[in-house]
Design a protein around this ligand. Structure first.
Ligand code: HEM
Length: 359
């Protein structure tokens, strides 16, 4: 991690996974999250994600104009349900609003306390539920049930490793909004892409109709049978990369890359934008063309190999995040058609922060 200058509230976040240096505590966080977020481990959360995608569709049906807030709520609910096993009602009323307020904080003194509450309150909720035997499976519950022999401040480490998942990785400008913001931003880009590309949307819906039909709702297990929908998702990620420069890192030793000397301590910023927009004669990188991923004669880089970062710091929530994006997108395409506004024109704008978003 490069040295960052943070205000005093944000300094509190240095305990979170994303801002920690490569130290023993960071390695412990990574060990914890690997146990609970591996490709195999996240299978147990499919039913939770499917249920939340259905609730998302129900909200969209009731008030489609609120799609922006609903997509954010869906993304937050998944992470909080998986991290703490809290029901939608408890999560919404007690924690989601608090997390959003914390991420928007301007006032530093209030901020520190809010951050502490944000990671402590849901953690203590799980501890209480475990004591009275009512805890449902969650990342926190699973980690707290582990053998803790050689770990000195075990509870504190679990608290920050899990707290980093939901909002605790976010500082005031949402620069480090790890899980919720990224799932949400990806879904917003998808809505924009569908509003602008009705033919693509129709083709994806046809595939869903053929494979799933109208008698049941989509599930995460349908993924392998929906190649065009998967190509739409890959193109959504490539077309407007939401973390165009991912996060910078500092070299731990002198290095030479393709003849270029990189001294120890240099800050290296991966430019995923350059990968996403690599020149291609047949498939213009500026255009939204999912078929580029289905053409066996094309050597296209799969965005899932760069959208989640690189090396030791690669996103540990990749498998969970990909499943959330898949089930939300497939359920929306199954239930709705996204169209541009009837009156006026579509005028998308992106923010200039590390995570780009359609406001
Ligand atoms: C579509 C969804 C997501 C995208 C696109 C995404 C992307 C990323 C990226 C680009 C990084 C920086 C990696 C690097 O520095 O090389 C990252 C880090 C991280 N992500 Fe995700 N992420 C997503 C979902 C999630 C979810 C659902 C979780 C947790 C439940 C999560 C937890 C984290 C954590 C803890 C880090 C920090 C890792 C570290 O510094 O060691 N992410 N993510």
């Amino acid at each position: 991690m490069p040295k960052l200058t943070l205000d005093s509230a944000a300094e509190h976040f240095v305990q979170s996974t994303v801002l920690r240096q490569n130290d023993a505590e960071w390695r412990l966080h990574r060990r914890f999250v690997h146990i609970v977020l591996s490709q195999a481990a996240v299978k147990q959360y499919h039913p939770v994600q499917e249920d939340l995608a259905r609730r998302l569709c129900f909200s969209l049906l009731t008030h489609p104009e609120n799609f922006n807030a609903d997509l954010r709520l869906f993304s937050g609910r998944v992470v909080i349900a998986v991290t703490y096993g809290l029901s939608v009602d408890t999560a919404d009323s007690k924690y989601i609003k608090h997390a959003d307020a914390t991420m928007d904080l301007k006032e530093v003194v209030v901020g520190k306390q809010m951050i502490e509450d944000l990671i402590t309150a849901p953690f203590e909720h799980v501890e209480r539920d475990m004591r009275d035997g009512s805890a449902v499976p969650s990342l926190t519950q699973e980690l707290l049930s582990m053998e803790k022999d050689d770990i000195s401040d075990f509870e504190q480490s679990v608290k920050w490793a899990t707290g980093s998942m939901y909002g605790a990785g976010a500082e005031s400008a949402r620069l480090f909004d790890l899980s919720v913001g990224r799932t949400y931003a990806t879904l917003l880009v998808f809505v924009l892409a569908m509003a602008l590309h009705p033919k693509v949307q129709l083709q994806a819906q046809k595939e869903i109709d053929e494979v799933i039909g109208s008698q049941r709702l989509p599930g995460i297990a349908d993924k392998a049978q929906l190649p065009f929908v998967n190509a739409v998702i890959k193109e959504t990620i490539r077309w407007r990369p939401i973390v165009p420069l991912t996060l910078g890192r500092r070299t731990s030793q002198d290095d030479i890359y393709r003849g270029l000397f990189i001294p120890k301590g240099a800050m290296v910023v991966p430019n995923v934008w350059a990968v996403a927009f690599a020149a291609n004669e047949r498939y213009d990188p500026q255009q939204f063309l999912p078929e580029r991923f289905l053409d066996p004669t094309e050597d296209v880089v799969d965005p899932s190999s760069w959208a989640f970062g690189f090396g030791k710091r690669m996103c540990p929530g990749k498998a969970l995040g990909e499943n959330s994006v898949f089930i939300a997108i497939t359920s929306i395409l199954w239930a709705f058609t996204i169209s541009p506004p009837k009156h006026g024109s579509l005028n998308p704008k992106f923010t200039h922060k590390l995570i780009r978003c359609v406001p």
